[in-house]
Design a binder for this molecule. Structure first.
Ligand code: SAH
Ligand code: SF4
Length: 431
């Protein structure tokens, strides 16, 4: 979502006549879009500010801190880093041009409001973002997991209206997108009225996007297990453009820990959802998020997470050490787990998840699959694309970025798979 917000801020500033410069080039304004989800992400902004100030010398650019660190820390940011001129929260960045003008006049500018009028109504039209585009449809969260800052930094759960989403999707397709990933903190909690006034869920939105000419692939993330409706599962069965990939975080395999996390699902209900999704779409790849070392997590409870991982079989996953976040209930719970124990658990979990990822990648080996060419590779003639299962595929082709190509997978590396475009493979055999 921060990538999406970054694109929207760029479009906004470009509409004001500014031009984006490449990373490392000198700029008049630097916007740091920040993440507050874990301490490490949050602290990174201060080292980045230090580096920018040092590099610029006497010619310091205006520095804006945007995103969730801005929301959570507000004025404290400029107290800790006086070089910061602008602090703007994730629901107020439509005001960036006005804040820049204020700061250019020598004032410190701050806006961390969460206005009732959606920022989306005030942003300029979408521009070209490449063949694969993000589209935020839902923001915020009302679920209050005990470890998580999102409900405080992004605010309450809000769905963007049906027409706004469809219009933005059309604009993205007109600008060259053939894949759209619908985004939300709990994207499958999206609800809204369609043009006929009927209440719809995310599945209704996906079915409407399915009818959009020119759009070839639809994805969505991140989902919450409790919002995984039967309608959405059926969309995985019926909608061919909906890619066979589901990112469904579970966090832990221990029911006691899930309860302490206030997750409102248990490991069994999670596994049952995955079973249903697999019946609807047998080739679906499952991805997840995990936290190790939540306060009070015992060795046996961590083993339950490993057991759940074995039961589900993930194609890909993100796993994190628990990070106490200021203002969340878990941060003051007893029995915080020592860092060394967290390190060991994370290593074991990631070992298991990596093995599963490699095993999944091996199932693609030798197959001819559809690949969306997204960008140039490092070497001349090389392009990088994505499989339906979100794997990066490296291949040599002169097919332009944005092409959907049949590609045969000929070898696999740790982070990517190598392919040969099917017509070239035919030529290779004939030769
Ligand atoms: N709404 C999604 C997740 C959004 S946050 C869901 O509930 O499933 C993205 C991920 O960051 C979470 O899934 C979780 O694994 C991780 N995360 C959030 N807070 C964390 C914390 N305090 N420490 C470590 N990881 C955290
Ligand atoms: Fe955070 Fe997700 Fe829980 Fe909401 S549901 S509080 S975003 S982890």
């Amino acid at each position: 979502m921060n990538v999406y917000d970054g694109q929207r801020m760029t479009e906004l500033l470009e509409a004001e006549g500014m031009t984006a410069v490449a990373e490392g080039e000198s700029a008049d304004l630097v916007v740091l879009n920040t993440c507050h989800i874990r301490e490490r992400a949050s602290e990174k902004v201060y080292s980045d500010i230090g580096r920018i100030v040092k590099r610029a010398g006497a010619d310091k650019p205006l520095i804006a801190v945007a995103g969730c660190v801005a929301q959570a820390e507000g004025r404290e940011i400029s107290a800790r880093a006086p070089a910061v001129d602008i602090v703007v929260g994730p629901q107020a960045y439509h005001r960036l041009p006005a804040l820049v003008a204020e700061a250019a006049g020598g004032k410190r500018a701050l806006d961390t409001d969460m206005p009732l009028v959606s920022k989306f109504d005030l942003l300029p039209a979408r521009r070209r973002q490449g063949p694969s585009s993000f589209l935020t449809v839902q923001e915020g969260c009302d679920k209050f997991c005990t470890y998580c800052v999102v409900p405080y930094t992004r605010g309450a759960e809000v769905s963007r209206p049906w027409a706004a989403v469809i219009d933005e999707a059309k604009a993205l397709v007109d600008a060259g997108a053939c894949e759209i990933t619908l985004l939300g903190q709990n994207v499958n909690a999206w609800t809204g009225e369609d043009e006929a006034g009927r209440m719809q869920g995310l599945d209704g939105l996906i079915r409407a996007l399915d009818r959009l000419p020119g759009l070839a692939r639809i994805r969505y993330m991140t989902s919450h297990p409790n919002d995984m409706t039967d309608g959405l599962i059926e969309a995985h069965r019926d909608v061919e453009k909906l890619m066979p990939f589901l990112h469904l975080p579970v966090q832990s395999g221990s029911d006691r820990i899930l309860k302490a996390m206030n997750r409102s699902h248990d490991s069994e209900s999670y596994a049952r959802i995955i079973d249903k999704v697999r019946i609807a779409r047998p080739d679906i790849a499952i991805s997840g998020d995990f936290i190790v070392g939540f306060p009070g997590e015992t060795d046996a409870e961590f083993e339950d997470t490993l057991k759940l991982v074995e039961r589900i079989g993930y194609a890909q996953a993100f796993s994190f050490k628990y990070s106490p976040r200021p203002g969340t209930p878990a941060a003051t719970m007893d029995d915080q787990v020592p860092p060394a124990v967290m390190d060991e658990r994370l290593q074991r979990l990631q070992g298991a998840l990596n093995r599963q990822q490699h095993a999944f990648n091996d199932t693609i080996f030798g197959r001819t699959i559809s690949v969306l060419i997204e960008r140039d590779g490092k070497k001349p003639g090389q392009r990088i694309g994505k499989s339906p299962w979100l794997q990066s595929i490296v291949l040599e082709t002169d097919a332009p970025v944005g092409t959907l190509l049949d590609v045969t997978i000929v070898s696999s590396g740790p982070n990517s798979l190598n392919g040969v475009a099917a017509p070239q493979l035919e030529r290779l055999y004939v030769a």
